[in-house]
Write a protein that binds this ligand. Structure first.
Ligand SMILES: *Cc1c(COP(=O)(O)O)cnc(C)c1O
Length: 399
């Protein structure tokens, strides 16, 4: 892939500096402060031989939009840098990143061990669809490393977790799970959507692959869908030239890549604010008499509070809670809020409130919800960037 506009910064520089500058040199583009949006599906070759050489991987340069674009390449360099990985692949959605991963790296007969609590569509892919392709997924409680040991088999090729998990905020010890996975000769994949690399860097803790729904905090403004994978150059090349090129075609548009690059400029500011407001709201909600439980890793009451403090820079903007009145009370809370918006997705400037069992996690049937350990009454809040006092008034007033 051509590196025309690359700009390597010393990685002694801080995260915010690299999130704003890494991987793009304005001087290579007529001084344009922002990366140009290359709206092109294909790329001209100098000669027949040169085109053939690009296809053979013997010459640098873009070939076709499904496998690369200069604007997208800036985003990929930046994400790789921020996650501490060799290379990245940007995709058209988070689910597009996950299907590229499993369809490229796994084959019939292989097994995945996954944490018992996953984003609803990841669960749907793993539990309901991969078995049709001969891939078995065993679910385990990865908050306990012994849970992984028990679920491993000679066919395990991949271990998969979110942390904190969507929706109920379980925290998995990345370094501990990485060590066991490595001994088993499998690849450890962490979906880092909830944290972003600013709050948590799984590769530095021993994970092999990081995935993202860039729809959420990385984009940060609720105006696009996108995903990403960060891993070794070898894995990313396979995902790009097999997974995206020939299997799922989930390539990102240059314009969406541009919007994510714009979002990344304020990632640190936004995550600081999301985390600070969520930490205060979690305490307010926990103290309210109508609330049965609040799941937020920053609370002393969270079972993995100490681990979260070691593993994450801040505790993030996601809160889950259960009301004493169960599901009817949760529905009433959702119907009573005036500033929080009733919507799925997360990581936006707007505070979003939703009911996982009937919305994002409706892919789990009632039995599966019970087996995988989350209840019908759970309400999920993505704490936005509004004023804390206004959100406090809105949520406590609605209770
Ligand atoms: C939203 C989400 C996804 C799926 O991403 P899309 O961009 O919606 O396809 C995957 N994992 C987690 C943790 C998510 O929150």
């Amino acid at each position: 892939m051509s590196d025309l506009s690359n700009r390597h910064l010393p990685n002694s520089l801080g995260f915010a500096t690299r999130a704003i500058h890494h991987g793009y040199d304005p001087q290579a583009h007529l001084g344009s402060l922002n990366p140009p949006v290359f709206l092109t599906s294909t790329y001209a070759f100098d000669s027949a031989a040169e085109g053939a050489a690009r296809f053979a991987g013997e010459a640098e340069g873009f070939i076709y939009g499904r496998v690369g674009n200069p604007t997208v390449a800036v985003l990929e360099r930046r994400l790789a840098e921020l996650e501490g990985g060799e290379a990245a692949l940007a995709t058209s959605s988070g689910v597009g990143a996950l299907t590229a991963l499993v369809w490229t790296l796994l084959a019939s007969g292989d097994e995945i061990v996954a944490d018992q609590m996953l984003y609803g569509c990841t669960f749907g892919l793993f539990e309901h669809h991969l078995p049709r392709f001969g891939i078995r997924v065993r679910f385990a409680d990865l908050t306990d490393p012994a849970g992984l040991e028990a679920a491993l088999s000679p066919a395990t090729r991949m271990v998969f977790t979110e942390t904190p998990s969507n929706p109920n905020m379980r925290v998995v010890d990345i370094a501990a799970i990485a060590a066991i996975t490595r001994r088993a000769g499998a690849l450890f994949v962490v979906d880092n959507t909830y944290c972003t690399p600013y709050l948590q860097r799984p590769l530095e803790l021993g994970a092999d692959i990081v995935t993202h729904s860039a729809t959420k905090y990385l984009g940060g403004h609720g105006d696009l869908l996108a995903g990403a994978v960060v891993a070794s150059q070898e894995i990313i090349d396979r995902l790009r030239f097999t997974g995206i090129k020939e299997l799922n075609g989930a390539c990102i548009s240059a314009f969406d890549a541009f919007l994510i690059l714009r979002g990344l400029k304020t990632l640190t500011l936004r995550m600081d604010r999301h985390s600070a407001t969520a930490a205060k709201l979690a305490r307010d909600l926990e103290a309210h008499p109508a609330v049965a439980a609040v799941y937020y890793p920053g609370l002393d009451s969270h079972p993995q509070h100490a681990l979260a403090q070691r593993q994450m820079r801040q505790m993030g903007g996601m809160i889950a809670l259960e009301l004493k009145g169960g599901l009817p009370a949760g529905r009433a809370l959702m119907d009573n809020v005036k500033i929080a918006t009733r919507a799925v997705s997360l990581g936006d400037a707007e505070t979003l409130i939703q009911h996982p069992a009937s919305m994002t996690h409706a892919t789990y049937d009632p039995d599966e919800r019970a087996r995988h350990g989350f209840t019908d009454g759970l309400i999920r809040i993505s704490v936005g960037l509004e004023d804390y006092e206004d959100l406090r008034g809105d949520l406590l007033g609605a209770l």
